[in-house]
Design a protein around this ligand. Structure first.
Ligand SMILES: [Zn+2]
Length: 573
């Protein structure tokens, strides 16, 4: 029993002589053993993958999937658990004396029983691996999901450029502002949403045709850019310079993308491009945000939301999307600080509730230093919506902030199951305690937090605190296109700054699938697959070391070059 070395997933099989074990008995047993209140134990059990299922084994009538109870120190907990059970049985504690509890760790399949030695293997590897070897190892590492991903911010600048030009086949022709001829004179609209003096703002042909001759002279078609202009265009939508940070990102990147955000075919194609890149990095699930409103035909008329939805459905069903090996679902994100955000929330929530085949959650985004979007503003709206709709998950940005505040607590009160960023949780002790060993996942975005200046360096980042205090965490990429990075960069950052153990790495990946908003069946399938891939990876690496990874050709981008000095080894696709 103790030679088995499960990580953080197991199945508790409960058998009773001659009858069914009652849920209440199980709760009592677990409650006693773990010294948890019954209420707490019950919550854990009922939250565990829907609780009860019928087992085909005639000796065992029911089993309960156990996750949270055994997240850390599994082997010692098993020993402790078994000892307690054996102590309890002779004393005949009411119904418990009739219960034979078999704790069977099987991690979904026998092939996924882990070799205990891999923790040591990984510790040895960390001590001796070059940066290149570590990057190769982490690129090949089987991963789970990216749960915090903004589809438009996730597109690399090169992808935007290529795809924008290809969209001529759908009738879309794009122009970008390459010079300023003072067509509008002095004192224009610098603080509007589309300031005149901003370069590399993209417009469609129908908008271009409405401009004066002077202003038309300021724009070039994307395909006509000189090499220098093209490079500047690419750099205009990523944080490539030391002085660029939060303000550049929030105030200019989206303004520049402008009408590129309004083409549903490009949107769907670029999500598939992300799926392909993530699949090559070993991910199997992408939960990204994308909406259905605000899309335009080439002539500038509006797309109906249902038609945009259909474009997504059809695109993701195409063979090249399926071939990525990455399952995709969408969240619907809304800007939280706008004047009519409650109305938007209501529309979005109802749309998600009625399009669950693809949309799994609602997100709220936007700078948290704009207090007009504070979380509790939306509590009455969400309460009213919960009266009418079921099955809408909430994953909301909170705690992406420089100051201590109660945004995370208030966001949990809104009903969020997952918190995006959660950087300032350490400033709210009560909420931090609430989240330990609980069901709320924090989507951690290490690179985003650094580049958007929520931490000055990783010594300030709370991620290891959360991880090692038992708060569920997963790594995610946020707007990786604008950092020009990938998921491997997140893992590399975590391993090199926080000395992650192998168990921690495996748990982070498992968390990303377990806390996804997938249906149970798909989630179980992806988790099974994850553990199998991890087991195979361990075996291969244990047998052949780096020779097991000779076929791995990592793809990395400019972030890895700048931050990790890994410039010469890998070629961006
Ligand atoms: Zn985000």
């Amino acid at each position: 029993m103790y030679d088995l070395y499960p990580k953080d997933e197991g199945v508790l099989i409960v058998c009773e002589e001659g009858g069914l074990a009652r849920t209440s008995d199980l709760i009592k047993v677990l409650g006693l053993i773990h010294r948890l209140e019954l209420r707490e134990t019950h919550r854990l059990i009922t939250n565990i993958a829907g609780g009860l299922r019928v087992n085909s084994n005639p000796l065992c009538f029911k089993y309960y999937r156990v996750r949270s109870l055994f997240i850390t120190g599994i082997d010692t907990q098993i020993a402790y658990f078994m000892k307690q059970i054996s102590l309890l049985l002779p004393f005949g504690v009411n119904a418990m004396k009739k219960i034979l509890v078999l704790l069977v760790w099987y991690i979904y399949s026998s092939s996924a029983v882990f070799a205990k030695g891999f923790d040591d293997e990984f510790e040895r590897f960390k001590k001796t691996a070059s940066a290149k070897d570590m990057y190769t190892f982490l690129y090949a590492l089987p991963k789970g999901a990216d749960l915090h991903n903004h589809s438009t911010g996730s597109n690399r600048a090169e992808w935007w450029y290529e795809e924008s030009i290809k969209q001529a086949k759908n009738g879309y022709v794009y122009y970008t502002k390459t010079t300023i001829n003072n067509c509008k004179g002095y004192g224009t609209n610098e603080f509007s949403r589309t300031p005149y003096l901003l370069l590399f703002v993209n417009i469609q042909e129908f908008e271009y045709k409405k401009l004066s001759d002077c202003e038309q002279g300021e724009y070039s078609r994307l395909q006509d850019l000189s090499a220098e202009q093209k490079q500047a265009w690419l750099n205009s939508i990523r944080l490539d310079k030391a002085h660029e940070g939060r303000n550049e990102f929030f105030q200019t990147h989206w303004t520049r993308l402008n009408t590129l955000l309004a083409n549903p075919f490009m949107q769907a194609n670029l999500i598939v491009k992300n799926m392909r890149a993530f699949g090559q990095e070993g991910l199997t699930y992408l939960e990204t945000d994308a909406g259905v409103k605000g899309y335009l035909y080439p002539d500038g008329s509006d797309y109906a939301p249902e038609d945009v939805y259909q474009i997504y459905v059809e695109r993701f069903a195409q063979q090249d999307a399926l071939d990525t090996g990455v399952t995709v679902r969408l969240q619907y994100a809304l800007l939280r600080f706008t004047e009519h955000a409650e109305d938007v929330l209501q529309w979005v929530y109802e749309f998600v509730a009625t399009h669950k085949a693809l949309f799994v959650a609602v997100d709220m985004v936007g700078r948290e230093d704009n207090d007009k979007g504070h979380p509790l503003r939306f509590l009455p709206t969400l309460r009213a919506l919960r009266h009418r709709h079921h099955g809408v998950n909430l994953s909301i940005h909170a705690g992406e902030s420089d100051e201590p505040n109660r945004h995370i607590r208030d966001t949990l009160l809104l009903g969020a199951s997952r918190i995006g960023h959660g950087v300032n949780l350490t400033g709210d002790g009560d909420t931090l305690l609430l989240m330990r060993y609980n069901q709320y996942l924090i989507e951690v975005n290490l690179i985003s937090n650094l580049l958007l200046e929520y931490v000055d360096d990783y010594r300030q980042h709370p991620f290891p605190e959360y991880l090692r205090l038992g708060i569920p965490v997963a790594l995610s990429t946020d707007d990786r296109g604008m950092w020009d990075s990938n998921m491997t960069d997140e893992y590399f950052t975590a391993v090199s700054n926080f000395n992650l153990s192998w168990q921690e790495i495996v748990t982070i990946g498992a968390n990303s699938l377990r806390h996804s908003f997938l249906d149970d069946k798909t989630k179980t399938r992806l988790l099974n697959n994850y553990y199998q891939r991890i087991a195979a990876f361990e075996t291969a690496f244990q047998n052949k070391k780096m020779a097991a990874l000779t076929d791995v050709k990592p793809v990395s981008y400019s972030f890895a070059c700048k931050q990790f000095k890994l410039c010469d080894f890998f070629v961006a696709e």
